[in-house]
Design a protein around this ligand. Structure first.
Ligand SMILES: NC(=O)c1ccc[n+]([C@@H]2O[C@H](COP(=O)([O-])OP(=O)(O)OC[C@H]3O[C@@H](n4cnc5c(N)ncnc54)[C@H](OP(=O)(O)O)[C@@H]3O)[C@@H](O)[C@H]2O)c1
Length: 254
């Protein structure tokens, strides 16, 4: 874990998709605390995005929020144009925005399948493709080393019977991570975090969370700050670490 007091990401610029709430917000805050300027994107959570921007600014960095639907190519292009203009370049891209849904296998529709892949797999592809121009920008000083961090899932490794579309979309994102790691080397290191069960305090999920904690070797579910620390790890890691899946699940997948 890097020493945040030394601001290891001072002079770096980060973009976090779906950063208004939950794990995206926690990741954005960790990057800002480490000294990075941070842009977040939101789709529906405009109010939460503004609150997150205020909290990010509290770390003394530049912060702003942009609307983006990652399933819509024109929206991604427009967001990236604005992000690039505002930020000047992008050093760290966190592809966090995604959807999650439980559906019994025989009831899964084509629409549900396609929508899941559009946000969880095609979204990170589109955002990355459009970000490249800004990630390859020359820096005034320091090496041209940039990072992409994708948010995968334990569900991209383990088959969950009632999540065929979600698990398949995340497995595809894990593969896309490895492909991008080869295609974009040596300038860009690309890695993926695969969170297990993360407890975000939702009351409706309390009983399920208790059950999952019992099945987890660490005896509890994960916390948002533990995922944010994994993001920070990749953001500050040697460029030689690329194409890796980091499972953060307290041993649930073992
Ligand atoms: N929470 C967990 O336990 C867990 C476990 C494994 C993996 N993960 C992964 O970790 C990441 C963050 O998890 P989370 O639970 O915080 O995610 P989440 O709340 O399900 O989604 C994060 C954000 O994605 C945005 N989003 C969804 N569809 C979008 C679209 N078409 N265009 C743009 N933004 C869109 C939403 O933004 P708006 O609110 O602005 O609409 C949402 O706030 C996700 O990739 C998730 O799959 C989470």
């Amino acid at each position: 874990m890097p020493d945040l007091a030394t601001k290891p990401l001072h002079d770096k610029v980060a973009l976090v998709t779906g950063g208004a709430r939950r794990l995206g917000r926690a990741s954005a805050l960790a990057l800002a605390q480490a000294g990075a300027d941070v842009a977040i994107t939101f789709r529906n959570s405009a109010r939460e995005a503004q609150e997150t921007v205020i909290d990010l600014s509290g770390f003394g960095v530049r912060a702003f929020a942009l609307h983006c639907d990652v399933t819509d190519e024109a929206s991604v292009r427009a967001m990236m144009r604005d992000a690039g203009r505002e930020l000047g370049r992008i050093d760290i891209l966190v592809n966090n925005a995604a959807n999650y849904e439980s559906v019994e296998f025989e009831k899964l529709t084509v629409h549900q399948w396609d929508a899941m892949f559009a946000s969880n797999t095609r979204g990170p592809f589109l955002v990355t493709r459009e970000a490249l121009k800004w990630m390859r920008r020359k820096r005034a000083k320091g090496p041209m080393e940039t990072k992409i961090i994708n948010m995968g899932s334990l569900g991209g490794i383990k088959p969950w019977a009632t999540h065929a579309h979600y698990c398949s979309s995340k497995a595809a994102l894990h593969m896309l991570t490895k492909i991008m790691a080869k295609a974009l080397a040596p300038q860009i290191a690309v890695n993926v975090i695969a969170p297990g069960m993360i407890d975000l305090g939702e009351k409706s999920a309390a009983a399920f969370m208790r059950r999952m904690a019992k099945q987890t070797p660490m005896g509890r579910n994960g916390r948002a700050d533990e995922i944010a620390q994994a993001v920070l790890f990749f953001a500050t890691a040697p460029q030689f670490i690329t194409g890796q899946i980091l499972v953060v699940d307290g041993g649930l997948g073992l």
